[in-house]
Design a protein around this ligand. Structure first.
Ligand code: SF4
Length: 221
């Protein structure tokens, strides 16, 4: 019998068939077929049937490069994953986009807590402590470049820059903060991939920006 999360997944899929770059299609008998959303018209896809196959699919991009950020818009093409029921679908989704569906449920129940970038940076230690020195102007630039949906990350940002409620970056379009928006740009109804707090990769980018600023030669007098 489906548990709460699986029933919630079934409800969410009533009105949409997209999660990130993944298309989800129901088949007769209660099963599902997952594929890359760009691969809808292809008949040469590698057919897979085990939800654990999602681990390997999600690991590398089309060029064979490791994907450190699973919500980056570079999901590998060329596969079709057939799953027998909601339980397998839930497992596969968690391999493709770890933790995102649990967060979606928390958000739907108004239980999701967000953390500002400043709070995230201020709690860093060791080599990442210096990242807290980043200026607001640099934050604007770094977040605008690193988190953008076109070539950075498909999550919808829910966190703020700091306790004043300033946006994460004014360089990102309003849709980047809109949970109903399809971040792939295809305009499909979606189960959003939510970003409730800045990730470690963004923290590393902030550190890099501070370090580069410190290493920049001073202007001649
Ligand atoms: S901070 Fe969030 S939106 Fe930005 S890259 Fe990391 S996971 Fe994606």
């Amino acid at each position: 019998m489906p548990d709460f999360i699986e029933r919630s997944l079934e409800t969410a899929l009533t009105n949409c068939s997209r999660v990130g770059e993944m298309s989800i299609r129901r088949i007769n008998g209660g099963g599902f077929v997952l594929s890359h959303c760009d691969d809808g018209g292809r008949d040469d896809l590698q057919c897979l049937q085990n939800p654990e196959e999602a681990v390997e699919i999600a690991r590398y991009d089309d060029a064979g490069n490791y994907r450190p950020l699973k919500t980056a818009p570079n999901l590998r093409h060329g596969w079709r994953l057939e799953l027998v029921d909601l339980g397998e679908l839930r497992r596969a989704l968690d391999y493709f986009y770890p933790g995102r569906f649990a967060l979606f449920n928390a958000w739907k129940a108004n239980l999701l807590v967000t953390t500002t970038l400043r709070d995230t940076l201020n709690r860093q230690s060791g080599m990442y402590r210096v990242a807290a020195k980043i200026s607001d102007e640099q934050v604007n630039q770094v977040v605008g470049d690193f988190c953008r949906s076109s070539d950075g990350c498909l999550r919808t940002i829910l966190w703020k820059r700091d306790a004043t409620g300033a946006p994460a970056s004014t360089q990102l379009p309003p849709e980047k903060f809109d949970t109903s928006h399809d971040q792939t740009g295809d305009g499909e109804p979606v189960i959003p991939l939510l970003c409730q707090e800045p990730c470690n990769l963004l923290v590393a980018e902030c550190r890099k920006a501070v370090k580069l600023e410190g290493a920049a030669p001073s202007a001649p007098e």
